[in-house]
Design a protein around this ligand. Sequence first.
Ligand code: NAD
Length: 277
Amino acid sequence: MGLLEGQVALVTGGARGQGRAHAIACAQQGADVVLVDVSGKAADVDYGLATAEDMAETVRLVEELGRRALAFDCDVRSQEQLDEAVEGALAELGRIDILIANAGIWSRGKFWDLTEESWNEMISINLSGVWRAAKAVAPHMIERGSGSIVIISSVNGIEPGPFYAHYIAAKHGVIGLMKAVALELAPHGIRCNAICPGAIDTPMTNNQPGWNIFAGHDHGTEADMIAGGYHYGALRGTTFLKPEVIANAAVYLNSPQAAPITGVVLPVDAGHLLLTG
Ligand code: NAD
């Protein structure tokens, strides 16, 4: 028996990166998954977002594990699209037990240079998108009197970092949102917690602009990123973490083993916050 046997998990940003790891981990633990992602639509980021091919691959990986996967081309900036995805999932699978609000973007700029468009896009995806996703599943979870929500924040939900104030604001914001959601849903038997990943090896970070940040110049390499990662956490020998470690933490928080746990913030960062906090 898996820890999530017979359950249905909805994962936003589920096509690749940590979202794909969440989908696979849920399936390995016996859950069917509902994946929402934007399939290649533009955002103000210097790396591409997930494609339809990424989504098809995640569906294939879940199905390979003998679980069902429903995919929705859905932008977390749209309540209507999220509501349609939830309706579609309920029609097909009958229930949603788990929400992993994971979709996000990362862009950079000194706070005085950020445009209104860049600020609003970040807040609409990384903060309001989490609120919209929780709003979409809440009525169904309340009706059933059970459910678990995991919100993916960041160590930047606890500490600042230079030159992405909009991301810092959004990631701090989702921690406040998580506490409000946890408080309001607790009487209904529904839990809500947040995970704060440290440096994770995904398409958001493992790209030329990401390499350059760790190299400190414009011609960085993946090796520079990996080398920089060794200084990022406190645990000996640890560089960029694999997305699976975040998925494993979410499995625990969403499982019956975490039944009394709600409203908590769990850093999964190889001790990074020990060095900076
Ligand atoms: P990623 O870019 O691989 O995955 C993010 C996913 O979200 C992509 O599939 C993307 O297409 C999707 N997405 C973006 N905008 C969307 C929208 N408007 N609607 C629906 N889907 C959308 O990066 P990742 O590292 O897997 O990121 C997952 C989460 O983890 C994000 O919230 C990110 O901020 C957070 N995080 C990442 C790191 C890291 O080091 N990679 C560290 C801390 C927190």
